[in-house]
Design a protein around this ligand. Sequence first.
Ligand SMILES: *Cc1c(COP(=O)(O)O)cnc(C)c1O
Length: 408
Amino acid sequence: MTGSDALAELRSRAAELDAADPLAWCRAEFAGGVRAYLDGNSLGRPVRAAGPALADLVDGSWGTRLIRSWDEQWFEMPLVLGDRLGASVLGAAPGQTVVADSTTVMLYKLLRAAVGAAPRGRDVVVADRENFPTDRYVVDGVAAEAGLTVRWIDPDPAAGVTADDVAAALGPDVAVVLLSHVSYKSGFVADLAAVTELAHSHGALVLWDLCHSAGVLDVQLDAAGVDLAVGCTYKFLCGGPGAPAFGYVARRLQGAIVQPIPGWMGHADPFAMGLHYTPAAGMRRFISGTPPILGMVPLAEAIGLIERVGIVPIRDKSILLGRFVIDAADRLLAGRGVRVVSPRDDERRGGHVTLAHPGFREVVARLWELDVVPDFRNPDGIRLGLAPLSTSFAEALDAVATIAEVLP
Ligand SMILES: *Cc1c(COP(=O)(O)O)cnc(C)c1O
């Protein structure tokens, strides 16, 4: 079969898949326009409802109600949105999730709290060298501050951290295991339930970074008995640039760990302006300062769309998109020296597909000029982020076909 036959066949498959896609209607819910956007794992597209909701804020809750809006809605917003995220994407019962801070800061707070609660003799944090930079830097920082050592796992970059890797690193000296659920590079999905159980069997806590899984995988934090989790809201959750993070603390731990940035907004009675800090009951104590309301307004609208669709159909489409893109890459790019880095096993692959070729830095620059937008990851990777709510099969194919076109 020639390349153009293969492309014609892939085009008709894409058309069939789009016609059969139960989530196809969601594309019209997004604002703006682009020829092919394959970076929803880095910055999700805005939902159309975000614009009117921001305008309403300026004219209404901010412009007209002004400071009264703190009592009327804003004070509770980090917890209300947290609970909505918990119910719709995290598998978390109410009262365990809060929206606040950046991921980096929330990660610091929860990791510091977790190591602070570790009994004497548990002075090791297990983490991996393939994790996102911020996670590695925060681990090093917390370890230095709290007098712990870090036991680094060096996973197979194409596979990711396995339960066996974690088992080999565990021991009676481990306080906390920090891992990403989905690798930001390869898209590998770690076995969240198995690793959590394993860590618990050694008496350690687990802290999961869900940046690349929240909004695209069916995460079940409560069912897996997870202790702590953090994640971004501007990737698959479409909260917008700089939208705040979320933090999850299992109810059983909320009174047992102490977060390191006590602030007035996490106080039991903020407006008493008391002399000393008394933490609020429940998740409010994990809030430090004034919540970023502006950054939560588009997020609330995006969560609304996810609530209408449900996370299971979102994951189903994510798997189909991944399979289709891998098949297209095999047929259009493999003969040109491009490798598929992401797992081929649907269960072990998250919401993006990573391809590798030494020429990709230049290829991505050319793609962006053509309004085809994936991202480049050092040294030779293209990540194709497949956002099930906003990415069509035709759009995903357009990206792969355009890579074939511009590849030298
Ligand atoms: C995107 C990402 C972050 C980003 O942290 P910010 O504080 O929001 O910049 C952190 N960790 C992981 C694993 C990520 O993928």
